[in-house]
Design a protein around this ligand. Structure first.
Ligand code: NAI
Ligand code: 15L
Length: 268
């Protein structure tokens, strides 16, 4: 049966806030969790990912989990360790104990951040490109993907790991023209990841059908995902303001962009 009740971790964050609006029309009943309280959501669970009792309670009776919570930028290793590595382990353990069948894990393009961006006729970056994390943050997402594979092989917990590009209301940089995932396409991809059958442990790149796309969306499409958006209408203005990506500029050379050179730091 298709999942109905879904735990959304990281529900107070940027994507969580967007998905709280966009997912219920697909028929999901969302249970919300974040370390921060969520205005206007008195039933949301306010808990840190280190609180295993709270997670045990939060997963009780859910059909699936969308795991977005965590540090979403670069941070000192100790912080990444607690929130993204131990935190994701705690989510998987709670899911295993409660018999939750499927987790959709918010991985990131920064797992392969040091992959050179395709230029000209270069092929799109394939799913099996070697991992080349660009930050401790990217390393933590690579860990999450491996943890997911282990929980599938060993415990039968299914995962769709989505290497998200940039999911924001609009693309704001020239790099984002290639990796943007519109919020509406983000919801389409999450829905596909929740409902596709026999996913086992699957990894996909997550973005819209961008004209300037850098990676292969075929494994996402195999889930039934049909992106409808393209960042191209934003291109002329962003390029006029920021210029084209330059060959030889280290900040423009790799998929991970500035994460490879001067990563944005988690503020808390
Ligand atoms: P965000 O930083 O806006 O939201 C993350 C949420 O997780 C925050 O509300 C925060 O309070 C919560 N959180 C952090 N540590 C926690 C902990 N220890 N316990 C409980 N809650 C905790 O990030 P955003 O942009 O919404 O991203 C969501 C997820 O998707 C993240 O895992 C991020 O790494 C991943 N992702 C997002 C991309 C994007 O374009 N938005 C791109 C690639 C990956
Ligand atoms: C990410 O993984 C971050 O969570 C998000 O905030 C963006 O910076 C995105 O990657 C990106 O690469 O643009």
């Amino acid at each position: 049966p298709a999942p109905r009740t879904v735990l959304l971790t990281g529900a107070a964050g940027g994507m969580g806030t967007l998905m709280r609006e966009l997912l219920p029309p697909y028929g999901y009943q969302l249970r919300l969790l974040d370390q921060l309280p969520i205005e206007g959501e008195p039933d949301a669970i306010t808990a840190d990912l280190s609180d295993r009792d709270a997670l045990r309670e939060a997963v009780r009776g859910v059909d699936a989990i969308i795991h977005l919570a965590g540090i979403s930028l670069e941070a000192p290793f100790e912080k990444i360790l607690r929130a993204n590595i131990e935190g994701t382990y705690n989510v998987y353990e709670a899911a295993r104990e409660a018999g939750v069948r499927r987790i959709v894990f918010a991985s990131s393009n920064h797992v392969v951040g040091f992959t050179p961006r395709p230029v000209g006729d270069d092929p799109l970056v394939p799913l099996d490109a070697p991992r080349r994390p660009d930050t401790y943050y990217g390393v933590s997402k690579a860990f999450g993907e491996d943890l997911a594979a282990f929980y599938w092989e060993k415990h039968g917990v299914e995962t769709v790991a989505i290497r998200i590009g940039s999911c924001f209301p609009e693309p704001t940089t020239v790099r984002m023209l290639s990796i943007w995932m519109s919020p509406a396409d983000g919801a389409r991809l999450l829905h596909a990841a929740l409902t596709a059958e026999n996913v086992g442990c699957t990894t996909v790149y997550g973005s819209s059908a961008n004209t300037r796309l850098w990676w292969d969306l075929s494994s996402a499409r195999a889930l039934g995902y049909e992106p409808r958006d393209d960042s191209e209408p934003y291109a002329a203005k962003l390029i006029a303001e920021q210029g084209e990506l330059e060959p030889g500029n280290p900040e423009h050379e790799y998929l991970g962009g500035a994460f490879c050179t001067n990563p944005p730091i988690w503020p808390r």
